[in-house]
Design a binder for this molecule. Structure first.
Ligand code: BGC
Length: 353
């Protein structure tokens, strides 16, 4: 192992401040694993970090090492930790708040109540965008090394596993035997939500704007149906029991909330601002009351969701998962990972080149 490592950093609040810097190689503490970073996934949150609109540096620091969609290989692990050198692992993103609040005290840090949680690569703790990183043994999950770099999809899969857990909890407040789900957005989160829908034996429909390219193909390969066009018409024709909305687009959220269907469960996963539109809130509320509509917003994931996500990826078609990774760029050219290209689904940074 080398004495210095490269890592991708950002100055939170400062637009276009991403750069690669050198650091002393990290030294693991008693309960920590030392991990060689293999790959890093880039998502909307990383773009927000780079635009200066999101993110917090660690206390007393100006810059933050980014990266929350990790994949690495264990170099060393504490004895009895259940990990050993060579294992492929992914680091959990969120840490409980220090007080802790009632939810964090019970391991439900994804449901933190006081907002003092921290997140690696996002909020107050350095992330995994480095050639080497260390991680506490309780906040890391093994992934099947047969997945190769597709193991880097574990983080978005954990977010989606939590979303499905929320759907179950809301659905199961009364008799619930759903047969269909509509997923909006054929990005990584939408496609992984569709994957879980298929693994559950549901009739899965994915809605996106693009009419050709890799997205329709990936949806077809999953055995799901791809739709483009007017979302309200799609909802009318499919009439789903569940909607998982991953885009945050106002017209899609609005249509999902006001669709007429008995006992629908709607899970919102997308974040976007600025879609101002006129909605008759009272009429929407009336419809939701009369239909027993359940709507839940969902963010992040706790350790149980990460384990579920590892099972989801383990039993998925590995070739299909690999085709979600549409580009991999070397660390030395990391900036290219932040340039938009049509047909991008998941872009990875190769941390060893
Ligand atoms: C990450 C979550 C995180 C959220 C808010 C998302 O991109 O996947 O783990 O909780 O951003 O910071």
């Amino acid at each position: 192992m080398t004495d210095t490592i490269r890592a991708i950093t950002v100055e939170p609040g400062q637009a276009d401040s991403l750069s690669v810097e050198e650091f002393n190689a990290p030294v693991p503490g008693d309960d920590e694993l030392l991990v060689r970073g293999l790959a890093l996934g880039v998502c909307g949150t990383d773009h927000d970090l780079n635009s200066g609109g999101y993110g917090w540096a660690p206390d007393g620091h100006k810059r933050l090492i980014i990266g929350h969609e990790s994949l690495g290989e264990v170099v060393s692990a504490p004895e009895g930790s259940g990990f050993e050198a060579g294992d492929h692992v992914v680091g959990v993103v969120r840490r409980p708040d220090p007080e802790p609040c009632g939810a964090c005290a019970r391991g439900e840090f994804d449901m933190c109540r006081n907002g003092k949680y921290r997140e690696r690569g996002i909020k107050e703790i350095d992330g995994f965008g480095a050639e080497q990183w260390v991680v506490h043994k309780d906040f890391v999950v093994k992934v099947d090394d047969a997945l190769g770099v597709a193991g880097a999809l574990l983080e978005p899969t954990s977010v989606v596993a939590k979303a499905w857990d929320q759907v179950d909890r809301l659905g199961n407040r009364a008799w619930f035997e759903p047969s269909s789900v509509v997923v909006t957005g054929a990005g990584p989160v939408g496609l992984l939500a569709a994957l879980i829908g298929k693994q559950r034996g549901l009739d899965v429909h994915v809605v996106d704007r693009v009419t050709e390219g890799v997205k329709p193909t990936l949806v077809a390969e999953l055995g799901a149906e791809y739709h483009t066009g007017e979302f309200r018409d799609i909802l009318d024709s499919v009439d789903p029991d569940i909607v998982i909305e991953t885009t945050g687009a106002g017209p899609l959220v609005g249509a999902a909330l006001t669709h007429e269907h008995p006992y629908p469960v709607i899970c919102l996963l997308g974040i976007r601002e600025g879609d101002k539109m006129e909605v008759d809130i009272a009429a929407a509320g009336k419809r939701m009351v009369l239909n027993n509509t359940a709507v839940v917003g969902s963010v992040n994931a706790n350790v149980d969701h990460w384990r579920t996500a590892a099972e989801v990826l383990g039993k998925a078609d590995h070739d299909w998962l690999s085709s979600l990774i549409t580009r991999t760029v070397p660390l030395s050219r990391f900036a290219e990972a932040f340039e938009h290209q049509d047909d991008d689904i998941k872009v990875l940074i190769d941390l060893q080149s």
